[in-house]
Design a protein around this ligand. Structure first.
Ligand SMILES: C[S@@+](CC[C@H](N)C(=O)[O-])C[C@H]1O[C@@H](n2cnc3c(N)ncnc32)[C@H](O)[C@@H]1O
Length: 139
């Protein structure tokens, strides 16, 4: 699992990210110093062998170095402006595997940029709306 965030304005960004991972139960490392070595991209040990890669970077920068079709699920929840959501969808759609899911947060009236970008990007396909303003579509 790869988590990408610029962690804007947070000088203690790595401890903050690790604290969030702990809260989410994505942490079972025996060596608690291991995550420090490669920051701004750290790998944490999650439950049942899950590897959680935390990237302190922009979504575009990480998309540019990932393999096409690699991800079964991509969840978009970064900058909610129209341009940024359009760009995230365009950057990450090729990385979703055939039959995989692209989803995102905040398809809501308070986020018109997200709504417009999602509707435009998938105008020829089906987009489903779920609880907590989550949108998703199948590739
Ligand atoms: C609405 S919050 C969601 C955070 C997280 N997904 C969650 O649910 O807790 C949006 C986040 O996107 C990050 N962000 C904004 N622009 C970004 C970009 N271009 N690349 C990566 N992260 C970005 C911000 O730092 C912020 O933490």
């Amino acid at each position: 699992m790869h988590l990408i965030d610029t962690l804007q304005g947070d000088e203690q960004s790595l401890p903050w990210a690790v604290a969030r991972m702990l809260e989410a139960g994505c942490w079972e490392c025996e060596d608690v110093t291991a995550w420090k070595r490669h920051w701004p991209s750290a790998t944490l040990c999650g439950p049942m062998g899950l590897r959680v890669h935390v990237h302190h970077a922009t979504t575009s920068a990480v998309a540019a170095v990932m393999m096409q079709g690699y991800f079964d699920l991509v969840f978009i929840d970064a900058d909610h402006s129209y341009d940024a959501v359009k760009r995230d969808i365009a950057d990450w759609w090729p990385l979703v595997s055939p039959g995989g899911i692209m989803a995102g947060h905040d398809f809501s009236f308070k986020d018109p940029g997200t709504r417009k970008a999602v509707v435009e990007s998938f105008s020829s396909g089906e987009v489903f709306l779920d609880s907590d303003a989550v949108w998703w579509t199948l590739k």
